[in-house]
Design a protein around this ligand. Structure first.
Ligand code: CA
Length: 615
């Protein structure tokens, strides 16, 4: 008996200790009334939170079901928001043995009027991609933040440089003046990693702006300011992986929250495995379940709670900040069935919303598999409206650099475009000459500014949604080491200590100013050129290093000539009669001036000629 009492005496404090309850977080942190889907699933985290009794006393906002996992520190609450539920603060109460162990004030907001259908981004836009850490440091007080593992160090190409949302806000006039109409920001959510945290692709908190970049409120304000200038915002999101320092990595809701391997196992990065009819299980498994990097644990989107978490997180950001679009990273890597549901859920809440996925493959057939409504043999529908045109990008890196041949040189552009029959909506592809993951266009064009100009002229006039990379307009190049840090150099003038400021004409060299004017002129013209946004494309097989194509509709037409030769060519236009017969003159968009005679066109070496045709 004594022995028994002793055991009880020892166990009681241990049991009490084990029952210690602490509420730490509820996500999504708030939600909205008025969504089509009346349900939201809350993830509740805190020590022994699953041992509590949960209640909510709020008219219309009720707990439908409570889910537990093997980890007592998590609860998943299925909440229903009945039609007519008023916005306000609902108290979610957690009771342990009749004592209140925690309370969370859950904010139900009213959706902004007209927030459901979105104009989103489309071919009338020109997207400007910038990396928040590398564009401009508008607030030096947030360069280093308490609790954040990596401090700013501009001398390290792979370190944080201090750029932030304030820096972007400070240069909206610059961007507006340049003529871009949509901004795609590389990820800005918290990346509390020891190293390489600047690029943003190792998220450690999906609901928080990295304090070194700014705050959620600042991001929402920036979006409002961008909208006031008539521009759009595209947010970079990542559902495939999180950062290894994500808070849940220390205490996973369940072992299957991430794809686990006995030892670190890298993905084979072969996105083609997803649609390959002959794929082996070993290859497809390694592609989807392998980790992108040691510091990027591979999420298992098929875990039903994680699936809800990720879908709701995307919707949360759209509603919270009034986003105009999403760019989704490493799109084919997550489980494709879940990504399809993700896209469908977003489009149901926001009809017309555009999402562009990074499906990095060089064959149009591989990429087309991922565009919404593709006629895939396995009947897979991605619900992803847009994809990046990587095959055309790949062609662009070669077209102006190789000798002309039967299947080399400028013909590469023609050949890729001639395969557009595989895409359900080629006009909604995002076209680009470079981005944050590849050498800058000027670099792939062997530092030849003429070829950079040709590449941009092509991107801005072919079918699709053009995207340009920050700094192309001022001839930014990749650093000598060709590393990622060098591809993402700081925009000169974005830091208070910079000696040169390329944001202003006074800070640019004559060559940089000439490039800036070239880009600005084309972007300004493009803004009002409906035929380039929505007109049909008609092209002619390149001959003698010259590629000719037209964008046309019932009203207007634009002629583009790309001369890939090292000398000026005088182009006899008889071959293009089927279009040109209806036109007698035109305006030279790039150089200005009238072209009274369309029968013979002089096109300087390695250049683009764009003509607004007139009847
Ligand atoms: Ca800063």
């Amino acid at each position: 008996m004594k022995r028994f009492l002793l055991i009880v005496a020892l166990l009681v404090p241990l049991l009490l200790l084990a029952q210690e309850v602490k509420l730490e977080r509820v996500e999504p942190p708030n939600w909205w009334t008025g969504f089509k889907n009346p349900e939201v699933q809350l993830m509740v985290y805190g020590k022994n939170i699953a041992t509590t009794t949960v209640s909510v006393d709020y008219p219309g906002f009720v707990i439908k079901k409570i889910h537990k996992t093997d980890n007592p520190n998590y609860l998943f609450l299925d909440m229903t928001i009945s039609p007519g539920t008023r916005p306000g603060l609902a108290v979610i109460q957690f009771k342990s043995k009749d004592k209140v162990a925690g309370k969370y004030l859950y904010e139900l907001n009213e959706r902004k009027k007209g927030s459901a259908p979105r104009k989103s981004f489309n071919a009338s836009d020109v997207i400007y991609l910038l990396m928040p850490d590398r564009f401009s440091n508008g607030d030096t007080t947030n360069d280093n933040c308490l609790g954040m593992l990596e401090n700013a160090d501009r001398s390290n190409p792979d370190g944080r440089h201090g750029g932030d949302l304030q820096g972007i806000t400070n240069h909206l006039d610059y961007l507006k003046d340049l003529g871009v109409t949509a901004l795609w920001l590389n990820p800005f959510q918290e990346n509390n990693q020891e190293k390489y945290s600047y690029h943003g692709y190792s998220i450690t908190n999906y609901y928080l702006t990295d304090p070194r970049i700014g705050t959620n409120e600042e991001f929402a304000k920036l979006c409002t300011a961008i909208h006031k200038k008539g521009m759009k915002v595209i947010m970079d999101q990542i559902l495939n992986h999180c950062g290894s320092n994500h808070w849940w990595m220390k205490d996973l809701p369940s072992p299957d929250w991430i794809n686990q391997w006995p030892e670190f196992t890298r993905s084979n990065y072969r996105a083609g495995t997803v649609s390959d009819p002959y794929v082996s299980t070993a290859d497809s498994n390694l592609y989807v379940r392998g980790w992108f990097d040691k510091t990027m644990p591979d999420l298992n989107q098929r875990n039903p709670y994680l699936k809800q978490y990720l879908i709701q997180n995307s919707i949360w950001w759209i509603e919270y900040a009034g986003l105009d679009g999403i760019r989704h990273d490493t799109h084919p890597y997550p489980f494709k069935d879940v990504m399809s549901e993700w896209g469908q859920r977003i489009l149901e809440e926001y009809p017309g919303f555009n999402i562009v996925g990074e499906c990095w493959m060089n064959y149009p057939s591989n990429v087309a598999y991922w565009q919404k409504d593709a006629l895939n043999k396995d009947h897979y529908n991605s619900w992803l409206p847009s994809v990046f045109d990587f095959p055309l990008y790949d062609a662009l890196t070669r077209a102006f650099n190789e000798p002309e041949g039967w299947n080399t040189g400028i013909l590469r552009l023609y050949e890729i475009l001639s395969q557009d029959m595989v895409y359900p909506d080629p006009g909604n592809l995002v076209v680009f000459a470079d981005n944050h993951d590849v050498n800058r266009c000027l670099d792939t064009q062997n530092d030849d500014v003429r070829k950079l100009k040709m590449a941009l002229a092509f991107v801005l006039t072919t079918r699709g949604i053009p995207q340009i990379y920050y700094g192309s307009e001022i001839l930014m190049t990749t650093g000598a080491d060709k590393g990622h840090g060098s591809i993402r150099k700081d925009f000169p003038g974005g830091w208070p200590s910079d000696t040169q400021n390329k944001f202003t004409a006074a800070g640019r060299t004559p060559a940089e100013q000439e490039m800036f004017d070239y880009v600005k002129n084309l972007l300004t013209w493009r803004q009002s050129s409906d035929v380039v946004h929505t007109g049909k494309l008609l092209h002619f097989i390149p001959e003698n290093g010259i590629y000719v194509y037209f964008r046309y509709n019932a009203k207007d037409a634009v002629m583009v000539v790309l001369n890939n030769n090292e000398e000026t060519r005088h182009l006899d236009t008889k071959r293009f009669r089927e279009v040109l017969d209806r036109y007698h003159s035109g305006t030279d968009v790039i150089n200005g001036g009238e072209i009274g005679d369309l029968s013979l066109l002089a096109v300087p070496s390695k250049s683009a000629l764009i003509i607004d045709l007139r009847k």
